[in-house]
Structure formats: C-alpha cells, structure tokens
Design a protein around this ligand. Structure first.
Ligand SMILES: O=c1[nH]cnc2c1ncn2[C@@H]1O[C@H](CO)[C@@H](O)[C@H]1O
Ligand SMILES: [Zn+2]
Length: 382
C-alpha cells in the first residue's frame, strides 16, 4: 500500500534523525573522547607528546580526524596512543566514560555497548579490576546525569583484548567476573592482518564454556578468511565490521535476488549474524570507497542483519546521527529503514532477551511511530 502523503517516505531531516532513538553496539571508549577533554587531561597530567598544543582543542580534533584519514588500519590505530596516554588514572577513566554516555544520550542513543581494552590502561599503576570499576562508575554517573536531563540511556561495557598481545584469556576471565556488574561481553581489536582470531581460541573457548558473549573485529582490513575463522573456529556472536563479506557476494541482475551468495555469505545471512558496520571509519581505513558504494546498501537490500555504528567518534568526527544522515543521503533511507537498523541492533545486543524486547516494543517502535506520524500535524495533508 502506498502512503497517502509523500512525507513518511522522504529522507528524514537531520533534526528527525537526531530525535530518533538509536542503538549503538560498536563504539570505542578510547576513540570517543571530546577533543577538549584530551587537551585538558594532557595539560593536567603533564602529557607532553600531543601532536598539537593542548590550548587548541579544535585543532586537536582536526588532527585526530586527519591522522586517522590515512587509508590504512595500522596508521589509523596509531592515533590511539594519545588518547590511551591520558586515560591512565581512575579519575580520567571515569570522566571519559561519563562524558561518552552524556554525548551519546545527547545524540539520541538509548542503548549502547562501549568497548575498551583494560590492558591499555595500566601504566598509571591501576589493576585490571580498578580500570573496569572506574569505567563502570563513569558509565553509571553518565546514565544518572543523562536521566536527570530527561534523556534516558542504558550502557553496557565490552572488554576488548588486543589481538597482537597475549592477554586475551586473562581479559576474557575479567569480562566473565564482571558480567553481572556492568560488563556485557568481550571483543578482540587491533591490527587484523597477521593477527588471526584463532590465536585467541583459548579465550573464546573459555567464554563459550561460561555461556558468555563475544564479538570479534573481522573482515575490516582482511577478508573472508578472517570472517570465516571468527565464526567457524572462534564462534563469534557478532562481527565487528564484517564489510569484506561482500567478497563472497556476486552481483548478478539475472540471479533471483540480484546477487549470488557464496557459502560463507549465505551462512552469515541465514544464521542472522549481526554485522557491526561503521561506514565513516571504513572510508578512513580504506575498507570502503564512499558512502554510496559502501557495502551496507547491498547487504541491507539482501536482508543481512546489518547494524550502523560509530566505531571512533573522535577519529572519525562522527556520531550515530551523522552515520544515519550520510546513509540516508546515499541510499534514500527513510525512517522505516533507520528503524530497521535500530531494531536489528537491539536484537543483537548482549543484554537479556526480555530487556531487548522491551526496548524494541516500548522505546524504539513507539518513538519511531511518533516521528513517522508528525506529517499528519504539519499542515501538509490539508
Ligand atoms: O576499527 C578498528 N579496528 C580494529 N581495532 C580498532 C578499531 N578501532 C579501534 N581499535 C582498537 O581498539 C582498541 C580498544 O578500544 C583501541 O585502542 C584501538 O587500538
Ligand atoms: Zn572498532
């Protein structure tokens, strides 16, 4: 049935996108600092290696975006040395965590899983446990303050192990110890080429025995073998990025669906494996050429369980709203499409099923319905 007014099927305005409830599954704590916070923490702590003088946060923000805009994941990752450097104390970690929650809430995010690697925050003498507790405290404080401002948001932590290092089992155990205390799952990140996920099999097998959840960065800088290992050897619940699954899909207008799926792509789609896609980040690391040519358009059309994410808000100068705006512009997405991405993300979250369902039915759908019905009252129908 076509709708009586063109409005609901139009590309939503930035203001509508901002107000739409959003769900974020892939966001790095050490990739989402406010530039001014990086500058202030550096000044406070006497960190002298910032690439730009600490009294110019705007230039600092620009530096992060430009340095990350490198065309390679390895160079992109070098910028994290500066954010991690100023996140080595309890107070700094709690502050960064609190601000992340407030920034997401202000952007209309209602549920987020934020990840970080505890092993990268030990230089100031904190233990792994103290790192997790500092971040948890910051998240809870952020939730309280956001609620006091009328923006309710729920946040869970994902503990990341660095794939080039050898602490993944230890971090998996840490995630398991804190699983009912703010931590909802586990991840591995870092340079992909040369560091296959199977190096960390003991960590994944441990988490499976504990009935815990994990996602794996795979199919970003490296292709199908990485995705295949993450799913079939490691047993990942979700894929971080996963964009290279496109290599197993052949576009063919004569095929029934307009494309032919290889065995792995078919498995990913048919098993409803959630793909945590991060379009802007992919443009920066060279994993995609442009928004218009980003694989998300094809994958959404083929019914993969695609979600939209920010990855690193500082390095990509982005937000959930910005990612949605770019995609809406590139693919003519309507509020229905944005709701579809959002429901996909909520279905794929690592919190209990009843809570995911309540978020979908009692928060996400009613608010999208409200947004979709606004045209009725805008005078356009008369
Ligand atoms: O897109 C990415 N691919 C792989 N690793 C990443 C990406 N973004 C951030 N990190 C890595 O994850 C660590 C913990 O948050 C960051 O310090 C960074 O090294
Ligand atoms: Zn990432």
């Amino acid at each position: 049935m076509t709708r009586p007014s063109a409005s609901p099927s139009r590309v939503p305005t930035p203001e509508q996108i901002l107000r739409a409830p959003k769900v974020l599954l892939h966001d790095h704590l050490d990739g989402g600092l406010r530039p001014a916070t990086v500058a202030e923490l550096a000044a406070e702590q006497g960190y002298a290696n910032l690439p730009v003088p600490a009294d110019d946060p705007e230039a600092l923000g620009r530096w992060f975006r430009e340095a990350a805009d490198s065309g390679s994941l390895e160079r992109y990752l070098e910028t994290f040395a500066h954010t991690c450097a100023v996140m080595q104390t309890r107070d700094a970690l709690a502050r960064v965590a609190r601000e992340a929650v407030l920034d997401l809430a202000a952007d209309g995010v209602v549920y987020a899983e934020i990840r970080y690697a505890p092993e990268q925050h030990l230089e100031g003498g904190l233990t792994l446990e103290q790192v997790v507790e500092a971040v948890n405290d910051g998240f809870r404080e952020g939730e309280r303050r956001a609620a006091a401002e009328g923006r309710r948001i729920r946040v869970g932590a994902l503990l990341t192990a660095m794939r080039h290092a050898a602490r993944s089992l230890e971090i998996a155990e840490l995630a398991n110890r804190y699983r009912d205390r703010g931590v909802v799952g586990f991840d591995i990140a870092g340079a992909e080429a040369g560091h296959p996920p199977t190096r960390h099999l003991d960590a994944f097998e441990y988490l499976k025995r504990e009935n815990n959840h994990f996602t794996i960065h795979a199919g970003e800088a490296f292709g199908l073998p990485s995705i295949w290992q993450a799913l079939q050897w490691c047993g990942a619940d979700r894929l971080g990025h996963g964009v290279r699954i496109i290599d197993d899909i052949e576009v063919d207008p004569k095929a029934p669906e307009g494309a032919r799926l290889g065995r792995l792509a078919a498995y990913v789609r048919d098993r409803r494996v959630p793909l945590e896609m991060c379009p802007t980040s992919n443009l920066q690391t060279g994993a995609a050429e442009s928004y218009e040519r980003h694989p998300i358009g094809l994958l959404r059309g083929l019914g993969f369980r695609v979600t939209v994410n920010t990855d690193n808000r500082l390095m990509s100068g982005t937000s959930m709203s910005r990612e949605f705006e770019e995609l809406a512009r590139a693919f003519d997405y309507t509020l229905d499409d944005l709701q579809w991405f959002t429901v996909n993300a909520m279905k794929s979250a690592f919190i209990p099923f009843n809570e995911r369902l309540a978020m979908i039915n009692d928060v996400i759908k009613p608010r999208y319905a409200e947004l979709r019905s606004e045209w009725l009252f805008a005078g356009e129908s008369r």
